[in-house]
Structure formats: structure tokens, C-alpha cells
Design a protein around this ligand. Structure first.
Ligand code: SF4
Length: 344
């Protein structure tokens, strides 16, 4: 199976910018971006990120807000914060060089078994396995591995199989071949078994069970999150606040907001002189949540802003035209677009 996978990968792999590098930093950034984000979307982000922060040292020295601003639109902002923290740790503990051993990589913020295995195998040719959703699908079909996607026994079997397969020449390419096969041929529904390089070895195909494996993931119950959002303007400026590091949207800039039934009066306190009627409700779908943003025009007194409201570490008046330079979630960016229209 190894030789078939490698030969197929050599011929059919997609041309992706991070595949042209063995620089562990570039590989690492690509792997973090690719978690839960489509390849097509990542291409532009990866190139811009590497242009702005070309080395581990430059990333470590950057302000977290700058890192988050380069991440705007990718979602899962904790990934960016961990990337930044890990870069700082690499500078302080590893002289700015990404460690090559899995055990050292696992000590870094944001590194799990997957990311450590990917960096060690792709950048350092270590025989370390990786199992992501694509690899899990391929292996569960080829070896007829049963069990629900979150099942621990299934997980252990998948890692064991991946560990056996990666032993030998070109471990990084072997891992990427498995991922690529899952992304382009052994896709979730209607896989292209006719052109699959490992079809002769695939047990699910032989037993007519391709549609059964892996079983569909049980749907997670979605949560509803309702926020009251304050749009306060002063001339060409809009009032923005930066969240504390933890939690949803942690560390990002946004219009000051509070989860209902909390109120903007309470959030903004005495600085508010008036709150107008609700302008609009904007709905956004996040991975596990349905977000409802109730937008209110707010007048804030002319006095200095003083301490930021609870849940925020700073706040300030920002020219509307400059807001895109700050790290902000796409949900909040959409609110500003809608609430301020073409106001610049
Ligand atoms: S033969 Fe079909 S089910 Fe089996 S690995 Fe290939 S694409 Fe997947």
C-alpha cells in the first residue's frame, strides 16, 4: 500500500504553496490553518501570513493584535493565539528553531498529536503518523475499522494503522498522500473507487461497505447565542473594544456587546447618553452556534472613555476606514458593514 500511495501522490498531488517548502515554520503554519478550513481558502492566507511574519522570530516579536488581524476570516482564533504563544516559546526555549522531536513539539501551545506528527514527518522526515478526518476515512474503509468518529477504541486503531504505514521511506509524503487521497478520491460520499490507487487492498470496497464506513458523525446540538451590540459613532470614528483573551472571540476587536438578557446600559454604564431602537438583527452561523446580533445605535458622552467595560481589556475610537487593520471576527465585520453601510 505504501508504494501505491507514494506513486499516486507523485503523480496526482495538488500544487499547493506549502508543499514547495520544507521549512518547518511554513509547514507548521499551513497545518494550523488547514485545521477546519478548506484548502482553497488557506492558500491566500498562508502566503500573506508568511510574507508578514516570515520567521518564527518575527511572529514571536509581533503584537497579538497584528497576528489576529492576519487571521481575520479564518475563524477559530485560539489557533492564532496559540501559534503566537508557541512561536514565543520556541524563541525562548529552542533558540528560535522549531523542534524536530514529537515530544518537544507536544510541549508547545496548540500542538496536539496531529500537528506534532505533521510537522515532524513533513519537515523533518520523522516516521510519525498523523490522523485527521481525511486519513481516518481512508483507513476506516481500507481496513474496515468500525466505530463512531469519536470512539476511543476506533481512534486507537486508526493511529496504530497509521503508525504502521508511515514506517519506511518518505514518511512526510506518505502522510500527505493519505490526506490527499481522503481529500480528493476517498471523499465522504460517492468516493472515486474506480481510480483509487489502493482499491485492490480496500476491504470496504471488497465487501460492498463503502457507504457504511465511517458512520456519520452524530450531529451536535447547536446553541443559540444572542448579543446586544452597540454602534457608537463620533465623526468618522466608531467605538471598538478588544475582548479578554479567553472565550469565544477572545483577543479580538469588536463593537462593544453583551449577551442577552444583559443590557448595553449596564455594560456601558454612565458613558452612555442614549440608546436608540434596535436597528437590525444580523444572523450568522458559527460551527456550534447560531449567532443573533441585535444592533443598537448608542450615543456615548464626550468625556474620556475611561476604563473599558467588563470583559474587555481596551477600547478606543477607531476611524472606520482603519478597522480592517485590527483583528476582528468576520461576524463582527459583517455587523459593521451592515450597520455603517458605506460610511467611511
Ligand atoms: S477503494 Fe474506494 S473506499 Fe476504498 S480507499 Fe479507495 S476510494 Fe476509498
Amino acid at each position: 500500500m505504501r508504494s501505491e500511495l507514494l506513486a499516486w501522490f507523485d503523480q496526482h498531488q495538488r500544487e499547493l504553496p506549502w508543499r514547495r517548502t520544507k521549512d518547518p515554520y511554513g509547514v507548521w503554519v499551513s497545518e494550523v490553518m488547514l485545521q477546519q478550513t478548506q484548502v482553497d481558502r488557506v492558500i491566500g492566507y498562508w502566503s500573506r501570513f508568511l510574507e508578514r511574519f516570515p520567521t518564527v522570530k518575527s511572529l514571536a516579536a509581533a503584537e497579538v493584535a497584528d497576528v489576529l488581524s492576519m487571521w481575520t476570516g479564518l475563524g477559530y482564533y485560539s489557533r492564532a493565539r496559540n501559534l503566537h504563544r508557541a512561536a514565543q516559546q520556541i524563541v525562548s526555549e529552542h533558540k528560535g528553531r522549531v523542534p524536530r522531536e514529537v515530544k518537544d513539539l507536544l510541549e508547545l501551545p496548540g500542538f496536539g498529536r496531529y500537528t506534532a506528527g505533521a510537522v515532524a514527518s513533513i519537515a523533518f522526515d520523522q516516521e510519525t503518523p498523523i490522523v485527521d478526518g481525511n486519513v481516518a476515512r481512508v483507513l476506516s474503509r481500507v481496513f474496515e475499522i468500525e466505530g463512531q468518529p469519536q470512539d476511543k477504541v476506533r481512534e486507537a486503531k486508526l493511529w496504530e494503522r497509521a503508525g504502521e504505514l508511515v514506517k519506511g521511506a518518505r514518511p512526510g509524503d506518505l502522510n500527505q498522500a493519505l490526506m490527499e487521497l481522503g481529500a480528493t478520491v476517498c471523499v465522504p460520499s460517492s468516493p472515486l473507487c474506480l481510480i483509487c490507487p489502493v482499491r485492490a487492498k480496500c476491504k470496504a470496497l471488497a465487501h460492498g461497505r463503502v457507504d457504511e464506513l465511517p458512520p456519520p458523525r452524530k450531529a451536535m446540538k447547536r446553541k443559540k447565542l444572542e448579543l446586544a451590540v452597540a454602534v457608537a459613532r463620533r465623526g468618522k470614528d466608531v467605538l471598538l473594544a478588544r475582548r479578554e483573551e479567553k472565550g469565544l472571540f477572545g483577543g479580538l476587536w469588536e463593537l462593544p456587546c453583551v449577551e442577552l438578557p444583559g443590557t448595553l446600559e449596564k455594560l456601558l454604564g454612565k458613558r452612555t447618553t442614549s440608546i436608540g431602537p434596535e436597528m437590525v438583527v444580523i444572523e450568522r452561523t458559527l460551527t456550534h452556534r447560531d449567532l443573533f446580533l441585535h444592533v443598537f445605535p448608542v450615543k456615548v458622552g464626550a468625556r474620556a472613555l475611561g476604563k473599558p467595560p467588563p470583559g474587555y481589556v481596551e477600547w478606543k475610537w477607531v476611524p472606520v476606514s482603519e478597522r480592517k487593520t485590527l483583528g476582528m471576527s468576520s461576524a463582527m465585520s459583517a455587523v459593521i458593514d451592515e450597520a455603517l453601510g458605506d460610511f467611511h
